[in-house]
Design a protein around this ligand. Structure first.
Ligand code: G3P
Length: 216
């Protein structure tokens, strides 16, 4: 399973990219606003120059024609840019048109297996189910990941699943075990993956033991 970061913060992306384990980035309008990017094109182009892998940039238009025009424009920003489109009738129409033009699409705001099926049939390269937001309303977000993966396997569909809206380290483990091809996560969660109290305690003891020997 690949790790992608769900952020538009250039500092976080630069720091994480140095570790060599982050393969892609997802952004959305909320994340772009939080990072203060008034010029999305410049921000996405900078992110695309830091990360070689796929970088998702979301359309803001509501109707199919706006989404299609915007998607075509976004696709020219960088070779590794992926156009992110929310699922809806307009979104599916836009995905159908853009995917036939060879544009990579990440279908976002996906909360059901039927929405995932529609996106796959329309030609989306990736589908992003929002695990944490389903958990928030008392549903089982990880169940959606498993059911989508099962459907794609049974029907030999090539669409990849991006486990999104992940909130804690166990979500990452569960997504990996279920077989999601990608987990996209906030920088804070990425950092949590490195930590274990026994690693910290063990390292402290190694250093203390070695220093006590050196002192003798
Ligand atoms: O990629 C999906 C993500 O941006 C939504 O996450 O935490 O706002 O539900 P969250």
């Amino acid at each position: 399973m690949q790790i992608w970061l769900d952020t538009a913060d250039i500092g976080e992306i630069r720091e994480a990219s140095r570790l060599g384990v982050v393969s892609g980035i997802t952004t959305n309008p909320s994340l772009a606003a939080k990072s203060g990017h008034s010029d999305l094109r410049t921000a996405i182009q900078e992110i695309c120059s830091i990360i070689d892998g796929p970088v998702s940039a979301e359309v803001m238009g509501q109707g199919p024609y706006e989404m299609i025009e915007e998607g075509r424009e976004i696709a020219t920003w960088a070779p590794n840019v992926v156009v992110k489109i929310p699922v809806s009738e307009a979104g599916i129409e836009a995905i159908s048109v853009l995917s036939k033009e060879g544009i990579a699409i990440n279908q976002t705001l996906t909360f059901s297996v039927n929405q995932a099926l529609l996106g796959a049939l329309a030609g989306a390269t990736y589908i992003s189910p929002f695990v944490g937001r389903l958990d928030d309303v008392g549903q089982d977000g990880m169940m959606l990941i498993s059911e989508m993966l099962q459907m794609f396997k049974v029907h030999e569909m090539q669409t990849k699943v991006i486990a999104a809206s992940l909130r804690h380290p166990k979500h990452v483990i569960e997504a990996a075990k279920a077989g999601a091809q990608i987990a996209t996560m906030p920088y804070k969660l990425f950092k949590q993956m490195f930590k274990h109290p026994l690693t910290d305690a063990g390292l402290k003891r190694f250093i203390e033991d070695w220093q006590s020997l050196v002192r003798v």
